[in-house]
Design a protein around this ligand. Structure first.
Ligand code: GLU
Length: 335
């Protein structure tokens, strides 16, 4: 049975950009008969926010999305990731690295000009000869203070991998040239995002992965892991164009508060949210309220705009149109 997952990271509240990706993922699943698993990606420990998992689940339910299984939490079952690390280690692909971000920054051959973009790791700690790691390196001692443990990186060849994407077509990406040998286990001894996603997608039988196209570079890294771990059939990928703020940058807090929870608390009907997402997804020529059922019936992946969409002040006004008065009243009353 084909399967997909809704995979929120509980690092903050879901905003309109996340909502659009999840809605399209869900609609594709319902149109094509894929099973849906809700997976909470709670491994990104320093960035995890308490309660954000429940917030994401409430937001998805408010939107009207449903799932056949879950929520399952990534941290609930780490043994498969540890086995995968052992397998990569036996193949001589891993090595410890104690470089700090600052050291990696200083080792860049060119000044780093794109804020937010990942740094390329120049291979400072990469040993000449590949060898399995000593066991204690990837089974950290829980009684240790954790501060001094190295991260573990994987060596990747300097050649492109080809990502066959259902939306973006064929993409050739050279991981070594863009990010270099990447992290497989963090200094806290936890599996890194790239590894956990591959291990979980494989063992949970994912056939279709739908996500923002800011993760295309991650997909290339994940393809190497599929190869090295001997997973016969990676999933099909569907990378969706992002939602941008009016300044052309990826929608984020700096563009104002576009959290679903805010609209819900304001009393904005969910049909307006879905209607705006539908308008951004090539379903309607003009903004009009819509139910998720209608969205699933009318959405056509072939008509999804190929370019990123911009969240404009007019969109925001349309969303909150009927609520502005009550908002102003609430403000005056000091609520
Ligand atoms: N948890 C990731 C996110 O919220 C998505 C990861 C994925 O789809 O593979 O951005």
């Amino acid at each position: 049975m084909p399967r997909t997952r809704l995979a929120p990271s509980p690092t903050g509240a879901l905003h309109l950009g996340n909502a659009r990706t999840f809605l399209i993922n869900w609609a594709l699943a319902r149109q094509r008969g894929w099973e849906v698993l809700l997976r909470i990606e709670d491994l990104d420990s320093p960035r995890i926010k308490a309660g954000a998992d429940l917030g994401a689940i409430a937001d998805l339910a408010w939107l009207g999305l449903d799932w056949d299984e879950g929520p399952v939490y990534q941290t609930a079952e780490l043994a498969p990731c540890r086995q995968a690390i052992e397998c990569l280690s036996r193949a001589g692909l891993l090595y410890p690295c104690a470089c700090t971000r600052r050291e990696i920054e200083q080792a860049q051959s060119a000044p780093h000009e794109v804020p937010g973009q990942e740094l390329r790791y120049p291979g400072t700690c990469r040993p000449e000869k590949a060898a399995p790691l000593p066991r204690h390196v990837f089974t950290p001692d829980p009684s240790a203070d954790g501060g001094a443990a190295p991260a573990i990186r994987i060596r990747v060849p300097d050649e492109p991998v080809v990502v066959h994407d259902q939306v973006r077509g064929v993409q050739r990406i050279n991981v070594q040239a863009t990010v270099g040998d990447f992290i497989i286990a963090t200094r806290a001894g936890l599996p890194a995002y790239q590894l956990a996603v591959v291990v979980d997608d494989a063992r949970q039988g994912m056939t279709d992965v739908v996500r923002g196209d800011d993760l295309l570079g991650s997909t290339a890294r994940q393809l190497w892991l599929y190869r090295y771990l001997g997973v016969a059939a990676p999933p099909r990928w569907w990378h969706l164009p992002l939602l941008l703020g009016p300044d052309g940058r990826r929608l984020a807090k700096r563009h104002g508060d576009s959290r679903l929870a805010r609209y819900r608390e304001m009393g904005v009907p969910v049909e307006r949210i879905v209607g705006l997402l539908a308008h951004w997804s090539g379903v309607t020529a003009r903004r009009e309220p819509m139910s998720v059922g209608d969205f699933a019936a009318r959405f056509d992946i072939g008509r999804l705009p190929g370019e990123a969409v911009t969240f404009t002040p007019e969109d925001e006004s349309w969303l909150v149109a009927d609520h502005q008065d009550s908002l102003n009243r609430a403000k005056t009353a000091g609520v």
